[in-house]
Design a protein around this ligand. Structure first.
Ligand code: HEM
Length: 445
C-alpha cells in the first residue's frame, strides 16, 4: 500500500486561490511538478520566492555559504512571542555564540548520558499505551514530551509543571496558524503582525512556567545539588570565546525551543512511523523480532539496524519539518536566473525526499533501501535535520529516541490499520495527520 500523500493543487491557480489553499495547508497548496522540478519560482506582487530542489543549490545555501542565506526574518517573526531570541531564530554572531554553548551538550558522549532517561521514557510510553482503537499521534506527543522533560530537567511528564507546559504547548499550536502564513507568505514589512490573543496568552504562560523551572535549576546549581542533565550542562557551559554563560532570559528562550523543536518533531516522526508499520505488517514483524533483543544499555541501539532504517524511512516520507526558509543577502544567480536580494529561498525536505529524479519509487515505504540505493540518494535529497552549520543539534538524540521508542512499543504491542481511516498529512508546526492517526492496538502475546 502506498503511504498517503496530499493531493497536489492544479498547476496554475490565481494568487488568491493559492493564498486560500496555502492558509489551509502548505503541502496540498503546491503543484505536482515540484516533485520533478529542480527549481520553481513563485512571483507575487510583494516578493519572489524560489523553491530549490537542485542539490547544488541546496549545498550552496546550507553548506557552502550559509552566512549569505540567513533565516528569513519573516519566518521568525511569528515565533517571537514564544521563542524570544532563541537559537532557532537568531542569525550571525548572536546565533554562533548560542551554538557554541549548546552544541557540547549534544555531542556523541553526552548522548550516552541521556540514554537512561530515554529508556525510562520508552518504558513509560509502553505502560501508558492503551488497547483497542487508539489515536497514536497523541500518544507519541506524550512520549516525546516525556523524553524532553526527563532529559532536560530530570522530571517525568507526570510532574505538575511538565503537564502544564505540555498542555499549554498544545493550546499554542492550535491557536497559532499565523505561523504558517508568516513563514511562507511573506507580507510586506509594514503589515502589522497580528498575533492572536490566545497565542500571546499561551506563549506567556509557557514562558512563565519555563522561567520557574530554570530559576529553580539555577538555585540548585548554585547549591551544588543539580542533577547532571541537559539543563545543567547548558547552564554551566560558558561560551569558550567570551567566557560568559547564558543569562536567565536567554536560557528561557533556549528551553522554549528545546521543548518545541524537540518534542513536536519527534512526536510527528513517531506517529507516522507507527502508521507505516501498521500498514506494512511484514516490516513490523521484523522490528518486533529485532526488538526482542533490547537491553537497557547504550550499545543496544547499535543492534536495532532495521528499526533505525524504519525510522529513517518515516523521516523521508513524512519529514516533520517540511520546509525551511532563508533570505539571500546579496544578489544571486540560481540555475541561470538572477535572484534579487531579499528573495525567500525555500528548501523543501518534503519535495526533495520524494523527488522523482533522485529516489527510486519515491512514494513507497521501503526501509531496506537504506541498506542499498538509499544512501546514495540521501546525499542528494535527504534533509530531515537540515545540514551544514545550522543542522539540528538534536539529530543524534532524535535518532536514538525514535529507534528506542519504536522498538519498545512494537515489542509490546501489535499495531494495525483501521479500515477507512487513512490519515491525511497536513503541515501544522510539523507534518501531522489531519484528524490524527487512529490504529488498532493490541498487546503481543
Ligand atoms: C525527529 C526529530 C527532529 C527533527 C526532524 C528535527 C529537525 C530539525 C530541522 C530541519 C532543523 C532546522 C530548521 C531550519 O533551519 O529552519 C532543526 C533545528 C533545530 N533543532 Fe531539531 N529536529 C528534531 C529533534 C530535535 C531535538 C530532540 C532537539 C533538542 C532536544 C532539537 C533541537 C533543535 C534546535 C535547537 C534547532 C535550531 C538550530 C539552529 O537554528 O541553529 N531538534 N531541527
Amino acid at each position: 500500500m502506498t503511504p498517503p500523500k496530499p493531493e497536489p493543487r492544479a498547476d496554475r491557480v490565481s494568487l488568491w486561490t493559492y493564498l486560500r489553499l496555502f492558509r489551509r495547508d502548505i503541502l496540498s497548496a503546491q503543484p505536482a511538478r515540484l516533485y520533478r522540478a529542480w527549481m520553481a519560482e513563485f512571483r507575487t506582487p510583494f516578493f519572489r520566492s524560489y523553491l530549490c530542489n537542485d542539490p547544488a543549490l541546496v549545498r550552496r545555501v546550507l553548506d557552502e555559504r550559509p552566512g549569505d542565506f540567513p533565516k528569513s526574518g519573516r519566518v521568525t517573526e511569528g515565533l517571537r512571542p514564544l521563542l524570544g531570541r532563541s537559537v532557532f531564530v537568531t542569525n550571525g554572531e548572536e546565533w554562533l555564540r548560542q551554538r557554541r554553548i549548546i552544541d557540547p551538550a549534544f555531542e556523541g558522549g553526552r548522548l550516552k548520558e541521556a540514554f537512561p532517561a530515554i529508556w525510562a521514557a520508552s518504558e513509560a510510553a509502553v505502560a501508558r499505551m492503551g488497547e483497542g482503537e487508539v489515536e497514536v499521534e497523541l500518544a507519541a506527543s506524550h512520549a516525546a514530551a516525556d523524553v524532553i522533560f526527563r532529559t532536560l530537567f530530570s522530571i517525568p511528564i507526570e510532574d505538575r509543571v511538565a503537564q502544564a507546559v505540555f498542555h499549554e504547548f498544545r493550546a499554542y499550536q492550535r491557536s497559532a496558524p499565523i505561523l504558517n502564513l508568516a513563514a511562507f507568505l511573506p507580507l510586506p514589512r509594514w503589515v502589522p503582525r497580528l498575533h492572536r490573543g490566545a497565542t500571546l496568552r499561551s506563549a506567556r504562560v509557557i514562558r512563565e512556567l519555563i522561567t520557574g523551572l530554570t530559576s529553580a535549576r539555577a538555585e540548585a546549581i548554585a547549591g551544588g545539588r543539580a542533577p547532571l542533565d541537559l539543563a545543567t550542562k547548558i547552564m554551566t557551559t560558558p561560551d569558550p570565546v567570551t567566557g560568559t554563560p547564558f543569562g536567565t532570559v536567554e536560557m528561557v528562550d533556549q528551553v522554549a525551543i528545546f521543548f518545541l523543536a524537540g518534542h513536536e518533531t519527534s512526536a510527528s516522526a513517531l506517529g507516522w512511523a507507527l502508521y507505516l508499520l501498521a500498514t506494512h505488517p511484514e516490516a513490523q514483524g521484523r522490528v518486533a523480532e529485532e526488538a526482542a533483543g533490547l537491553r537497557p544499555e547504550f550499545g543496544t541501539a547499535g543492534s536495532l539496524r532495521f528499526t533505525r532504517d524504519v525510522f529513517r524511512e518515516a523521516l523521508r516520507l513524512y519529514p516533520p519539518v517540511p520546509m525551511m526558509v532563508r533570505e539571500n543577502v546579496t544578489e544571486e544567480e540560481f540555475r541561470g536566473r538572477k535572484v534579487r536580494r531579499g528573495a525567500q529561498i525555500v528548501l523543501s525536505p518534503w519535495h526533495l525526499h520524494r523527488h522523482e529524479r533522485i529516489w527510486e519509487r519515491p512514494d513507497a515505504f521501503d526501509p531496506d533501501r537504506w541498506a542499498g540505493e538509499g544512501r546514495e540518494a540521501a546525499r542528494e535529497g535527504y534533509l530531515p535535520f537540515s545540514r551544514g552549520p545550522r543542522v539540528c543539534p538534536g539529530a543524534g538524540f532524535a535518532m536514538l529516541e525514535g529507534t528506542l521508542m519504536l522498538a519498545h512499543l512494537v515489542r509490546a504491542f501489535r499495531f494495525e490499520a483501521l479500515e477507512g481511516r487513512v490519515p491525511v498529512p497536513v503541515a501544522h508546526l510539523t507534518v501531522r495527520a489531519k484528524d490524527g492517526i487512529w490504529l488498532r492496538v493490541s498487546r503481543r502475546a
